[in-house]
Design a protein around this ligand. Structure first.
Ligand code: GLY
Length: 368
């Protein structure tokens, strides 16, 4: 039996199923959503090479046929051209309003395909089958979809909730360790932003989880998704509390932009470094005790993750330039940068009350 998290948004309720071997049972989960036994799956070449036939067999077991479009892996696929390709292919496949599109992959595929589904025929339903840890704990849940433009990440998109999320934790076993740990950055984020007991649990269970412990992985995904679902149910369109989910992202997005969204820094790595910086800033502003950032850093280090700016290969721009990159963040309101800061581990809040000079000093010290 899979674990379940219910996202009870009025009129758009859905379930996140979490467990081992769900790909092979996909048909049983998807069938209740279908008006005809056929789905259009969009994935990337890497994920497809590893898991597409398992998914095909899982759907076929319930008499569901699938067609698949495979896109190149990587962040560059979250672009206008790929969106066009998806939408035109879905129209070629004669996907109708009543059909279901399946996003089968990591965060890039989930965001892109969710956005394609939101605009296709003014909105068709879609199922998220996330295959990275990052996508399982964060991007597949909550309905944020979109693409990047030359102006920055995720600046074009829509809120479009999936009709079902199938998080098969057994596929995490095929991730490169670096990708797994990048996703773990988002798991740590949940403990840091709102659940100190979860952070305690991660400090104890993190190494087992990274080593492949199945029960620990399921529990980490379940607790992360439950926290996300609770926040999304209270604030679906990010009028307030949902911004807490961006802990570490203001710094992280600037670092991703500074490294050209390349392999030098994965999104979850940027989030982890960003969390450490957000806690350091909080301590310097007298909001939390110095032991909080020290504990955050110690855990990230113990997990073998990037913690400091010097852990990023190659040159970085100076503090002024990094601050300028933060200005493109979606969390800018009326020109004012908003930060997620913390009073303690598990107690974060959104604020626009951060002096530019404090951020510049923090970044200058971090770059030294
Ligand atoms: N990843 C942040 C959010 O979904 O709101």
């Amino acid at each position: 039996m899979a674990e379940q998290v219910h996202v009870n948004l009025p009129g758009r309720e859905y379930v996140v199923e979490i467990g081992e071997g769900l790909l092979g049972q996909a048909g049983a989960y998807v069938a209740p959503l279908l008006r005809r036994p056929r789905v259009a799956v969009i994935s990337d070449e890497t994920v497809a090479g590893l898991h597409l036939e398992t998914l095909r067999a899982g759907l076929a077991a319930d008499g569901i046929a699938m067609e698949a479009l495979l896109l190149p892996p990587g962040e560059a696929t979250k672009c206008w051209d790929a969106l066009t390709r998806c939408v035109e292919w879905l129209l070629d496949q004669q996907i109708e309003r009543g059909d279901v599109v399946v996003a089968f992959g990591g965060g890039v595929i989930g965001d892109l395909v969710g956005f394609a589904a939101s605009v296709l025929r003014r909105g068709v339903r879609f199922v998220q089958i996330p295959t990275s840890l990052l996508a399982q704990v964060d991007s597949s849940v909550g309905g944020k979809t979109g693409i990047n433009t030359r102006h920055g990440k995720n600046l074009v998109g829509a809120f479009h909730q999936p009709s079902l999320v199938l998080a098969d934790t057994s596929v995490l076993g095929t991730l490169e360790p670096r990708d797994f740990l990048a996703g773990y950055g988002e798991v740590v984020k949940y403990g840091l932003l709102g659940d100190a007991a979860f952070f305690d649990w991660l400090e104890a269970q993190g190494p087992a989880l990274a080593a492949g412990d199945s029960a620990a992985r399921i529990e980490a995904v379940r607790r992360s998704v439950q926290m996300k679902a609770d926040i999304v149910m209270r604030d679906e369109t990010e009028q307030g509390e949902r911004a807490l989910l961006n802990l570490g992202h203001t710094f992280g997005h600037a670092l991703e932009a500074a490294t050209g969204y390349s392999d030098r820094l994965l999104h979850g790595e940027g989030v982890a470094i960003g969390c450490a910086l957000a806690f350091e800033l909080s301590a310097r502003m007298g909001l939390c005790a110095q032991e909080a950032p020290s504990r955050v850093r110690a855990h990230l280090r113990a997990m073998g993750m990037k913690v400091d700016l010097r852990d990023i290969d190659g040159e970085l721009p100076d503090a002024e330039a990094l601050l300028a990159l933060m200005g493109q963040d979606k969390k800018v309101v009326e020109g004012q940068l908003r930060f997620i800061l913390a009073r303690a581990i598990g107690d974060s809040f959104v604020t626009g009350e951060v002096a530019k000079a404090d951020v510049l000093t923090l970044l200058t010290d971090a770059l030294a």
